[in-house]
Design a protein around this ligand. Structure first.
Ligand SMILES: [Zn+2]
Length: 335
């Protein structure tokens, strides 16, 4: 069987004709397999959704319990037959519940990895390399210039700044699913034991993480109305979008921070008015991408959402067949 007969792009998303399903479709379909809960991958309105329990829970929190006609939870490593095609979910290390999806039929195995990273992250299961014939990789940070520093160093810079300016508040922009909880957990692991103040948009997801056994310590709402609370010296976490609006102006002399892989680009931090850029990414950097491609043993690589060309070129130089696969509709919400 040719790989392209097992999976190929359609306007709705990556389609498997023999199994009649889509992976991370961007439009409503009959049968959707979903890698993780970021809104560009997990959309509502499908007739049926197969995903990990945690991804289904996260979709329920974001869209309401009726986000799909029917749902089925996949356990990591379990093989599920869909019209004769075998599918299995494996940890992707991206956010809580995130999975790579292996699709196998007539001796051909393709792994669609969704978004992934290789760094240690206490808030989700670590990525597991899966041997396959074709590996579909993201390329969000697919340029050699992208090499993420250790996340512990970035958090240490934040804590150092907080200690240096005890009268000011530190506002940390971090995406609501995954990044925010990872930042909070990193703060705890670095010994920060004061309450962390969170924007309302993070409350339900953070509570869900805590319920799944990921200890984020004491979280308190970052609201000032009626409370008259003094946020001097506080670390406040909120979605990046909130920092542009009035919400951010209530804090005393705030220092604006943003946790993102894009903070590697100084210009981008400056334009966004970020005073303390924190390079913390939930996507693989260049070294992680290239190491992972080799570990899968795949003979062919399909490169999607990001900087496809550089990674395709790297594969060719390594003697690995590769091609860009232009899937539309993914906007890296998570980074
Ligand atoms: Zn993502």
């Amino acid at each position: 069987m040719r790989a392209a007969d097992l999976l190929h792009p359609r306007p709705e998303g990556l389609y498997c004709p023999p199994g009649d399903f889509f992976i991370d479709p961007v439009r409503p379909v009959n049968r959707a397999l979903i890698t993780h809960g970021h809104s560009d991958h997990a959309r509502s309105g499908h007739r049926s959704v197969l995903a990990t329990r945690q991804t289904l829970d996260i979709m329920g929190l974001r869209y309401g319990e009726d986000f799909a006609g029917a749902t089925q939870a996949a356990r990591f490593g379990e093989t599920i037959a869909l019209d004769g095609v075998s599918v299995s979910f494996h940890p992707a290390g991206h956010v809580l519940g995130s999975a790579q999806i292996a699709v196998e039929h007539q001796g051909m195995c393709i792994v669609a990895s969704g978004d992934y990273k290789r760094r240690k992250d206490a808030t989700c299961a670590p990525f597991e390399p899966i041997q396959c014939d074709v590996f579909i990789t993201e390329a969000t940070f697919g340029l050699p210039v992208f090499r993420h520093p250790p996340d512990t160093e970035e958090i240490a810079r934040l804590l150092k700044s907080a200690a240096q300016f005890p009268e000011r508040s530190h506002l940390v922009g971090a995406y609501a699913l995954g990044k925010a909880q990872r930042v909070m957990r990193l703060l705890r692991d670095a010994g920060h034991d004061r309450p962390i103040y969170i924007h309302g948009a993070l409350a339900r997801l953070s509570e869900y993480y805590q319920g799944q056994g990921i200890d984020l310590g004491t979280l308190e709402p970052a609201t000032v109305e009626g409370g008259g609370r003094d946020f001097a010296g506080a670390i406040v976490v909120g979605p990046p979008s909130a920092f542009a609006d009035r919400w951010a102006r209530r804090f005393p002399d705030p220092i604006s921070c943003f946790a993102s892989g894009w903070m590697r680009i100084r210009q981008r931090a400056k334009q966004g008015g970020v005073e303390l850029p924190l390079i913390i990414s939930d996507h693989a950097d260049w070294d992680e991408l290239t190491a992972t491609i080799k570990e899968t043993g795949a003979e062919e690589i399909w490169v999607t959402h990001g900087r496809e060309e550089a990674l395709v070129r790297w594969c060719e130089l390594e003697g690995i067949a590769a091609r860009p696969m232009h899937l539309v509709g993914y906007e890296d919400e998570g980074d």
